[in-house]
Ligand binder design. Structure first.
Ligand SMILES: [Zn+2]
Ligand SMILES: [Zn+2]
Length: 366
C-alpha cells in the first residue's frame, strides 16, 4: 500500500509502497478515507518531538473497516469509523482512575512506534516502520487497536469525521472537561489554529459571555469572530494582558486556553488569566522547552495551571457528543475544512500549515 514515510527530520516525506501486515488479535485494518494534517504531525516531521524513525505520520483520520483480526467485537468490515489517536486498554492504573488518555499500555506502544504489543505492522519484518500514535493515517490503510475505532453514523462526511479525530475533540474537551466553562464566563483562546477554533466554538456553546481570540496572524480574525469569538487581539501586542483585562472588568479572563505550543504564549495566557482562574495548556512545545512564570505571585494568585491532552476526558464519549452537536447544527465544522488533496500532496499540505494558510488540509489517500 502507499504511505508517506518519514525517514529523516527536515526532509520531505516520501510516498512509498510499503508492506502492511494482517490485523492481529483485537486489531482492525482500516481503509483511510480522510486524514487531516495537524500541527502535531508537523512538529514530529520537523524533528521537534524526538520521535524514533522511520515512521508513517498522521493521527487525525476516518475511514472504513476493511478487515478485523481475532477477538474483535466492536466493529465489522464495512463500518465507517473515526480513529482515536489515544486508544486505551481499560485495565491499567490510569484507565481505572478515569484518565484513559494517560493509559500506560498506549503510552508504551506510542513511545515504541508500535501497537499494543509494542511491535509494528508496517514495513518488512526485518526493517519495520513505526506507527504514529497507533494511527499512521498518511497512508491508504492502517492497522489500529480495536479500541481506537469509534463507530460513525453513516451521514457524517469523512473529512468532518477526520477533524473530530483530533482538532475538534482536543479544543472542545479543553473547554468542556478541563476549563469547565460555565454560562457567563470569560474565556481567552490563545492560538486560533485547528484546536483553537474549536475551543472558541465550545466556549460560545457553553455560554461564555466574553470569548477573546488571540493570534499573531490577523488573517485568522474573521474565522475566529464567525466561530463565536467576541473579540480578536494580536498575540504579539506588547499590552496584550492589559487589553484582555480591559474587556474583563479589569480582572483578566476566568479561563485561558493555550494551543500554540510556544512557551511565551503559555506565559501570556497565564498573565491574562484572573486570580483563581484556570490556565489550560493544550499546545505541544518542542523537546527541552520550559515554561517560566513569575514564581513570587503564584501562591497568592490561586491560579490553576492544567495540562490538557485530547480533550482531557474520555475521548470516545466526547466524540459522540461532538457528533450529535454537529448533526444538530450546533457545531460548524465544514467551514474549517480547507483543501482536500491526494496523499501525494502531503508535503504541500505541511508547508501550507507551516505558513499559516487558513483551513485544515485533508488528505484523501483513497
Ligand atoms: Zn492532532
Ligand atoms: Zn490503560
Amino acid at each position: 500500500m502507499k504511505a508517506a514515510v518519514l525517514r529523516d527530520f527536515g526532509r520531505d516525506l516520501e510516498i512509498e509502497d510499503i508492506a502492511i501486515a494482517d490485523p492481529g488479535y483485537r486489531e482492525v485494518l482500516v481503509r483511510i478515507m480522510a486524514s487531516g494534517v495537524c500541527a502535531s504531525d508537523l512538529s514530529t516531521i520537523r524533528g521537534k518531538t524526538g520521535s524514533a524513525l522511520p515512521l508513517v505520520p498522521g493521527h487525525e483520520a476516518a475511514g472504513v473497516v476493511e478487515r478485523v483480526g481475532s477477538g474483535v467485537s466492536k466493529v465489522r468490515p464495512g463500518d465507517p469509523v473515526v480513529l482515536s489517536w489515544s486508544p486505551n486498554c481499560g485495565h491499567c492504573f490510569y484507565c481505572q482512575d478515569s484518565h484513559p488518555t494517560l493509559c500506560d499500555v498506549y503510552g508504551h506502544a506510542a513511545a515504541h512506534g508500535g501497537l499494543w504489543d509494542g511491535t509494528s505492522r508496517l514495513g518488512p519484518p526485518e526493517a519495520p516502520i513505526g506507527h504514529y500514535s497507533c494511527v499512521s493515517s498518511f497512508a491508504e490503510l492502517a492497522v489500529v487497536p480495536e479500541t481506537g475505532c469509534i463507530l460513525l453514523p453513516p451521514d457524517i462526511p469523512f473529512a468532518v469525521a477526520a477533524l473530530i479525530g483530533c482538532a475538534v475533540t482536543t479544543g472542545f474537551g479543553a473547554v468542556a472537561n478541563d476549563a469547565r466553562v460555565r454560562p457567563g464566563d470569560s474565556v481567552a483562546v490563545v492560538g486560533v489554529g485547528g484546536v483553537g477554533i474549536n475551543a472558541i466554538q465550545a466556549a460560545a456553546l457553553a455560554g461564555a459571555r466574553t470569548v477573546i481570540a488571540v493570534d499573531t496572524n490577523p488573517a485568522r480574525a474573521q474565522m475566529a469572530l464567525a466561530s463565536g469569538a467576541t473579540h480578536f487581539v494580536d498575540g504579539a501586542a506588547p499590552d496584550l494582558a492589559d487589553q484582555v483585562r480591559a474587556w474583563t472588568n479589569g480582572r483578566g479572563v476566568d479561563h485561558a486556553i493555550e494551543s500554540t505550543g510556544h512557551p511565551a504564549a503559555m506565559a501570556g495566557a497565564y498573565a491574562m488569566t484572573r486570580p483563581a482562574g484556570s490556565v489550560v495548556i493544550v499546545g505541544i512545545a518542542p523537546v527541552g522547552a520550559t515554561l517560566a512564570i513569575p514564581a513570587i505571585g503564584f501562591p497568592g494568585s490561586k491560579k490553576r495551571i492544567l495540562g490538557s491532552i485530547y480533550g482531557g476526558g474520555v475521548p470516545e464519549q466526547d466524540i459522540h457528543r461532538i457528533l450529535s452537536l454537529y448533526r444538530a447544527g450546533r457545531l460548524a465544522l465544514d467551514a474549517q475544512i480547507g483543501e482536500q488533496v491526494p496523499l501525494a500532496q502531503v508535503n504541500d499540505a505541511l508547508r501550507w500549515l507551516e505558513s499559516g494558510v487558513p483551513g485544515r488540509t485533508i488528505l484523501l489517500p483513497n
